[in-house]
Design a protein around this ligand. Structure first.
Ligand code: NOJ
Length: 722
């Protein structure tokens, strides 16, 4: 349709019909079936009426249902405006790849893009028009169960991976049926909820917002993302969906976003619970004033918007603008010509879990695993013939994590399946030992597990957090291994020192004691469909671990918040960090630093960082400096290394981070091979947000280092000239 035709269409709609374009229902609001709910249940509404008016639908099952729903709607809608079908495809549709936090550990934007591309193919075949992805909420507190949905505690990784996902998923031309529109979320700073509790209040200075929290959303807007979802939380006193500064000023005016804003699930209605709207009607007015176009699920717009427009409280002009943005999106997706977009049952059969997709998912699972500790245990030698596979995750199928599609576990490769596929001759003695839930207190099977450990050549101890302990609404105050798992670990490791502990969890856990006693520790996160295959290959050295932590692991929950890029204080604690130093910024009862810092991760080979050189020692604002990091694989195995570049700004007008990641690149090296990894530094990377909240660079000395957080090496300095 041309712009003129869209305007004409808009002109033909009644107020109610316009409002309908801004209403999003969950199909379960008018048909009770086993559709997934992604928020609190809504009332059952008159099916025919809803089906006629609604402009978009959240959550459906497959291509067949996508077509049916579209047909149902088009048959009832006198204006024949196709529905937008939206779904949360976060880390794969049917072929599930690792959770986003794990993907961050790959430090590999290209691998992320490959995964996103496979999700795009499966999603478009399923009939998805819009995916609620990427989630780029920078999160620094693992009590928050949604930390798993973000790539990292580091805004640079979130920005780069978020933008890569948007570019791949949306493609060049959304009207092509294989492309899917993206919705970036949750704008803004949803990850900074007080005390790590989901939906909780956020208080942050504008300077911190602009420096740390905004960049990743902005990167996605710059990459052309078509939708933005405001967050549930209040930000400095105002819930995001009603936050005019956030939405109208920053998002639309400053960043030039011209796409659709869609509320989160019932977030409009929740303005009443926040206590900023007197009733639902007031909530609708406030959300419209803040430029929220679509009301997700709980019918606030459906019930009140038409009246508000008729009485003049909400100008019809504002309604028209919102509707036009929605119609534009439908038009960009080519829905007026082809309302089914990519929905295709044949393509679903060919693509879902196909060999090629499984291969990508397996590689991603291997490259996102982080080897935290290894005292010569791993990789297992081929002589290891008898393995005790112990722990609540020994045969677990739910290794996919939050936002995997319902039923995803039936396709998951378990650990025994992965081991048997790789090494059919290995004898596996499987003992669960105990459960992994809070309420699991039964210790009666630990003895049998210890017995199996004693008889084995080596032990794989699979522990972690049940899949439903992280994700939306799943905050925890303690981050220990739930149930009797630590007791199991103590006894099994004592019985057989040849134990490799593997972890399945959706957030950084407190592993202080476990890491003390475990001879080897491999963090698998939720690896997805190919988890068992990836793990077997990692354990026996067919794959070499190369993941680096995308968020630090604390020694204790009491250390939160503990961003790796903390700023200095007036009384920094001098090294070593092992004991407290009076009257410095430290704890009496533990070190300041995390147990494992951001960017840390071991390999089966040894990478030696030989040098860091610069082609110049000073630059002007329009100049650049080439930094070359030389590293060598000094070990016996091929491996990959994520080379990380950190910045320090020793003196500035505002306090600066003690270390700031400014670039990264993953390289593959054969044994003995050397690589010169080149980075280009420009003025943009040296900027800070000053006391007036303006992004500026300040002349003076800067330092550049390689290494990982809290372990900077090969530091060199240069000067930015006036
Ligand atoms: C609520 C979640 O906060 C959001 O991330 C998700 O996209 C919507 N529900 C839709 O399921």
């Amino acid at each position: 349709m041309t712009d003129h035709e869209l305007q004409e269409l808009l002109g033909r709609l009644t107020i109610e019909e316009k409002v309908g374009q801004l209403v999003q229902c969950n199909a379960s609001q008018f048909i009770r079936n086993n559709l997934e709910m992604t928020g609190p249940d809504g009332e059952l509404l008159p099916a025919e009426e809803l089906c006629r008016v609604m402009g978009s639908l959240l959550t459906f099952e497959d291509a067949r249902q996508a077509r049916e729903l579209q047909d149902m709607h088009l048959a009832a809608d006198p204006n024949k405006i196709p529905l937008l079908l939206m779904l949360d495809v976060i880390h794969g549709l049917r072929t599930t790849y690792p959770i986003p936090l794990a993907m961050g550990c790959t430090f590999d934007d290209e691998l992320l893009a490959e995964c996103a591309d496979m999700a795009r193919k499966e999603s478009s075949a399923c009939g998805v028009h819009v995916t609620f992805n990427p989630m780029v909420d920078t999160a620094r507190d693992a009590r928050w169960g949604r930390i798993l949905e973000t790539n990292s505690e580091e805004p640079l990784i979130n920005s780069r991976m978020g933008a890569a996902l948007v570019r791949v998923t949306q493609g060049q031309d959304l009207s092509r049926k294989e492309n899917v529109a993206c919705c970036v979320k949750h704008y803004a700073a949803y990850g900074a909820g007080e005390a790590g509790r989901d939906y909780n209040t956020v208080e942050l200075s504008e300077r911190t917002l602009r420096e740390t929290y905004f960049p990743a959303y902005k990167a996605c807007v710059d990459a052309g993302v078509r939708l933005v979802m405001p967050s549930f939380n209040s930000l400095n006193g105002i819930p995001s969906v009603a936050n005019k500064w956030l939405m109208n000023q920053v998002l639309r005016e400053e960043w030039g976003f011209d796409g659709v804003v869609i509320s989160d699930y019932n977030a409009v209605g929740e303005l009443v619970s926040h206590g900023v709207a007197s009733d639902l009607r007031d909530a609708v007015r406030m959300s419209m004033e803040a430029g929220c176009d679509i009301d997700m699920v709980r019918n606030a717009y459906y019930l009140h918007l038409a009246d508000l427009v008729r009485e003049g409280t909400v100008p019809e002009e504002a309604l028209n603008e919102a509707v036009l943005r929605v119609l534009n999106l439908k038009n960009e997706l080519g829905l007026f010509e082809n309302p089914y977009h990519g929905a295709d049952e044949e393509a679903e059969k060919q693509l879902y879990l196909c060999r090629e997709h499984r291969e990508i998912a397996r590689r991603a699972a291997e490259e996102s695993a982080v080897l935290l500790k290894n005292e010569g245990i791993l990789p297992f030698s081929r002589d290891v013939k008898r393995i005790a596979l112990i722990g609540p995750f020994a045969e677990e199928k739910r290794l996919n994590g939050f936002w995997s599609r319902p039923g995803a576990e039936q396709y998951t490769v378990t650990i025994p399946e992965g081991i048997r596929a790789l090494l059919p001759e290995v004898r596996l003695d499987i003992e669960r030992g105990c459960g992994a839930c809070f309420e699991d207190t039964d210790r009666s099977r630990i003895d049998a597990a210890v017995e199996a450990a004693r008889k084995a050549d080596a032990v794989i101890l699979a522990v972690g957090e049940p899949e439903n302990y992280s994700g939306e609404g799943r905050s925890r105050a303690e981050l220990s291994l739930p149930g009797p798992q630590m007791e199991l670990a103590r006894r099994v490791i004592a019985a057989n020192p040849h134990t490799a502990v593997v972890l399945f969890n959706g957030r950084p856990l407190v592993l202080t004691e476990l890491s003390d006693i475990a001879p080897a520790l491999l963090e698998m996160w939720y690896p997805g469909t190919e988890g068992g295959n990836a793990l077997a290959r990692l354990l026996w050295g067919e794959a070499n671990p190369c993941g680096k932590l995308s968020a630090g692991l604390p020694r204790s929950v009491g250390q939160y918040p503990m961003p790796y890029n903390r700023t200095n204080t007036g009384r920094p604690k001098p090294p070593p960090d092992s004991r407290s130093v009076p009257f410095t910024s430290c704890y009496l009862d533990m070190p300041n630093l995390p147990l494992y810092s951001f960017g840390y991760g071991l390999s089966y080979t040894d990478f030696i960082y030989e040098s860091l050189t610069m082609d110049q020692k000073s630059m002007n604002r329009d100049g650049e400096i080439r930094v070359t990091v030389t590293l060598r694989n000094a070990g016996q195995r091929a491996g990959k290394e994520a080379v990380q570049l950190y910045l320090q700004d020793p003196v500035a007008s505002v306090v600066r981070p003690v270390q700031q990641l400014i670039d990264y690149r993953k390289v593959a090296l054969k044994p003995g091979e050397r690589a010169e990894v080149e980075f280009v530094i420009t003025e943009k990377q040296l900027r800070l947000v000053n006391a007036e909240c303006r992004e500026v660079s300040e002349p003076g000395e800067f330092r550049i280092s390689a290494g990982y957080a809290d372990h900077l090496i090969l530091t060199q300095s240069f000067e930015l000239k006036e």
